[in-house]
Design a protein around this ligand. Structure first.
Ligand code: FES
Length: 178
């Protein structure tokens, strides 16, 4: 006949106080592991995502020589966003719609629709900007003609310097209407 001595457990070979000590060390190991992961992980995650929230400095971007642009025409000019991350690749490319209004006057519109950022197209015959995503329409001065865009196209500052047309860089204007 088997007898259970006071130091033996009915469910295993360990005494109750030994199990308690083992559980304590298990929990301590988990807590220390979590603490180490947090100490190492938080700065690492911060390093990776911080550039996404950093605003780049505004810069003047050259679009071309003044004489390259015809008076009265609205043309699409590709630009490189200076605030992009070094590994952004083609996503750092953007564009503006540039119009030479008269000899020494230009206006520039961000190509991004103010609804959700899709690139708008200029329809010269209709003198309208059209957004292909949700049917937004803008007049030639950038004001909203129809559709969901909540605001006019963003006008970007333009200047002429050393015979070059330049625009001031600006973040992509995206409004959330959801
Ligand atoms: S993104 Fe242009 S209408 Fe929605």
């Amino acid at each position: 006949m088997n007898e259970i001595t006071p130091n033996e457990s009915r469910t295993g070979d360990e005494a109750p106080e030994e199990m308690t000590r083992r559980r304590f060390f298990e929990k301590l190991s988990i807590a220390l592991g979590g603490l180490c992961a947090a100490i190492l992980g938080v700065p690492l995650v911060g390093f990776v995502i911080a550039p996404l929230f950093r605003k780049g400095p505004a810069e003047w971007l050259a679009l071309g020589k003044v004489d390259e642009f015809e008076i009265g025409k609205t043309v699409n000019v590709t630009i490189t966003d200076p605030s992009s991350l070094p590994w952004a690749g083609v996503t750092s490319k953007s564009a503006v719609w540039l119009r030479r209004v008269k000899e020494d006057k230009f206006i520039a519109f961000s190509v991004h629709c103010t609804h959700m950022g899709c690139p708008v197209r200029w329809l010269a015959d209709a003198e309208l900007f059209m957004c292909p995503c949700h049917g937004g329409v803008f007049y030639s001065d950038g004001t909203v003609a129809a559709g969901p865009p909540p605001a006019p196209l963003i006008r970007q500052e333009v200047r002429i310097a050393h015979g070059q047309v330049e625009i001031k860089s600006a973040p992509i204007p995206i409004t959330t209407t959801l």
